[in-house]
Design a protein around this ligand. Structure first.
Ligand SMILES: Cc1cc2nc3c(=O)[nH]c(=O)nc-3n(C[C@H](O)[C@H](O)[C@H](O)COP(=O)(O)OP(=O)(O)OC[C@H]3O[C@@H](n4cnc5c(N)ncnc54)[C@H](O)[C@@H]3O)c2cc1C
Length: 287
């Protein structure tokens, strides 16, 4: 087996990173925490000639909260999201989802940008961000920064980033609603979710004003539960209709795959059960 030589860069500025990524014509990869990319390189997946480590680009680490939204740099790690006071106050769903990601060691490295850009349908942070209506900021060498909603960026098996583009930050409107996050994984810390469900709910008594439901592990990408959300909005008194909302999620919103870890049928059942439990959680909590 012949060794593969990779060129390695640690730029200090975003523009430098974009220039290097552009120079390799699609054969350079951005490196964040490496928890996903490094195993791929070991497995010799993909045609990679260069790595551009983003860690020295200071702007990509920033977390700021102002004007009703929290902006989270792409290099914020799951450990930081779990413990950051601004995230805890303004996006607690994300903090909780981050606390379930992998092990302590993985959380210390895994970044929010890497979680999104991996495009894994079972990504915890991506599912939480979908429920939170997140917007992604993407930098390109040719045309500066563009903004795209996370749901538009996700495509089956990946993300719609063009060659050389870098996800710089994620913007989330302040979350003031009740929330729940539940996840089923066989070996916590070592494996991704079989299924995870994120729910946000705003209500006036038992009448729902706004609901967001999102799933990980339940389709070719992380997905929103649009049918389940509509079913919940149609219900007069949600507490009597939890089963119908959970059934809509499993029957219409999800298209899980069968793989070595679980069958599609089992995953659908998990969607139904976890959705029901999340709904019970948000109904219980009063703010
Ligand atoms: C043992 C183990 C357990 C895990 N458990 C979980 C889990 O429970 N839940 C979960 O969601 N994930 C889990 N993961 C997967 C992984 O840790 C996460 O997806 C992590 O967030 C990836 O981030 P990273 O910074 O390590 O990405 P990297 O590995 O550095 O990058 C991943 C991909 O994204 C690209 N990329 C990274 N940052 C950017 C950027 N800013 N702009 C453009 N492209 C970029 C890279 O080029 C690469 O293609 C686990 C991984 C391991 C090894």
């Amino acid at each position: 087996m012949t060794a593969r030589l990779l060129e390695y860069f640690e730029p200090h500025f975003l523009e430098e990173a974009l220039v290097v990524l552009d120079r390799f014509d699609g054969r350079a990869r951005a490196l964040a925490g490496g928890t996903r990319l490094v195993p791929e390189l070991h497995a010799r997946l993909g045609d990679v000639a260069a790595l551009v480590n983003l860690k020295r680009v200071a702007d990509l680490h920033a977390i700021t909260a102002e004007n009703g939204a929290i902006s989270i740099g792409a290099l914020a790690t799951a450990a930081r999201l779990t413990n950051d006071p601004a995230v805890a106050e303004n996006a607690p769903l994300l903090a909780v989802a981050a606390s379930t990601l992998g092990s302590v060691q993985v959380r210390a490295l895994a970044t929010i940008g890497g979680n999104i850009c991996s495009g894994d349908p079972a990504s915890d942070l991506t599912a939480a961000l979908l429920a939170l209506d997140a917007t992604c900021c993407v930098a390109t060498l040719a045309s500066g920064e563009r903004r795209e909603s996370l749901s538009d960026l996700l495509v089956p098996g990946g993300v719609a980033l063009r060659t050389g583009e870098v996800l710089t930050r994620v913007i989330i409107p302040f979350q003031r609603s009740r929330f729940a996050y539940r996840k089923m994984a066989t070996r916590r810390g070592f494996e991704m979710a079989l299924v995870a469900v994120a729910i946000l709910l705003e209500s006036d008594g038992a009448r729902i004003q706004r609901i967001r439901i999102a799933f990980a592990g339940a389709g070719p990408t992380c997905v929103r539960g649009l049918h389940a959300e509509q079913r919940a909005l149609n219900a007069n008194i949600l507490s009597e209709d939890l089963d119908a909302v959970a059934a809509a999620a499993a029957d219409y919103d999800c298209a899980p795959q069968t793989d070595l870890r679980a069958s599609a049928l089992y995953r659908k059942q998990l969607v139904r059960v976890l959705t029901r439990r999340c709904l019970e959680d948000v109904m219980r909590v009063r703010t």
